[in-house]
Design a protein. Structure first.
Length: 261
């Protein structure tokens, strides 16, 4: 799964990578947690015929997906992740998978290596980031939820898939990573059905990420500074990379505004 991530790139770097016409300023965020606003990129801006400007827009969404049919959000589970293998079939995500695929800007994510049950050992947190640095784009889903009083809020979930070689020793899931050359195809919900983008939801290539053991500071949402990404003292080596893992099966075909603070 993906339960925490970070976005420390500058607005200008995000704007350039995603080809945005404009973007509002935002501060670096080192410990983004569920229910907080996250920066997403959608490809649904309407343009007049002949207007060649980008149809991409950046917006903030609550990290915690709410399907439109939910009557009482307080009684509905917090959906921060969606399994890519089944999202096109699940009632909660089916419509968004077809019509509202988005990109989620990140600098990396955190994952916890869980000890065997009954061992009384603590979980070990890792900061998992692109080996070459830069911004990573997670595949995500967007839903605009309307409450009974007519208020609207954009909500989102991170799509997950099986792990690559670096993540497998730590956890059995990882976020779907969409490469820049595939942004347009992923965001094109008008012409690209879920079955057409199923190949994009495979694990990231081996060696794309590196895992850095960090301290327990990241466990607390209140700790939101760069110190949460500092390598832990002592033995900081991550678990040994696993043997090559079998790539996750492609998802089956579908059946035919917030502020940061």
């Amino acid at each position: 799964m993906c339960g925490r991530f970070s976005l420390t790139a500058t607005p200008e770097e995000v704007q350039e990578l995603f080809g945005l016409e404009e973007i509002e300023d935002f501060p670096p965020r080192y410990n983004i947690a569920p229910t907080q606003p996250i920066l997403i990129i959608a490809g649904d801006r309407c343009r007049a015929e002949g207007d060649n400007r980008t149809d991409r827009r950046a917006l903030l969404a609550r990290w915690g997906f709410l399907p439109g049919w939910v009557k009482d959000p307080a009684e509905f589970p917090l959906l921060i992740n969606a399994r890519s293998e089944t999202a096109a079939e699940k009632a909660s995500f089916r419509a968004a998978m077809r019509h509202r695929r988005v990109l989620i800007a990140a600098s990396g994510f955190y994952e916890w290596h869980r000890p065997p049950k009954g061992s009384n050992e603590k979980s070990t947190p890792y900061w998992i980031k692109p080996r070459d640095g830069g911004i990573v784009a997670f595949g995500g889903l967007l839903e605009t939820y309307m409450s009974a009083d007519g208020a609207e809020i954009d909500t989102a979930a991170v799509l997950t898939t099986g792990p690559n070689r670096e993540v497998a020793p730590i956890h059995n899931r990882m976020p779907v990573v969409i490469r820049p050359e595939d942004f347009s195809r992923w965001l094109d919900c008008l012409n690209q059905e879920p079955r057409h983008v199923a190949d994009l939801m495979a694990p990231a290539p081996d060696d794309y990420f590196e895992a850095i053991r960090v301290s327990d500071l990241v466990n607390k949402v209140a700790n939101s500074g760069p110190e949460v990404q500092e390598p832990a003292s002592g033995d900081t080596a991550p678990p040994e990379p696993a043997k090559p893992v079998r790539k996750a099966k492609a998802p089956p075909a579908a059946s035919d505004q917030l502020k940061l603070f």
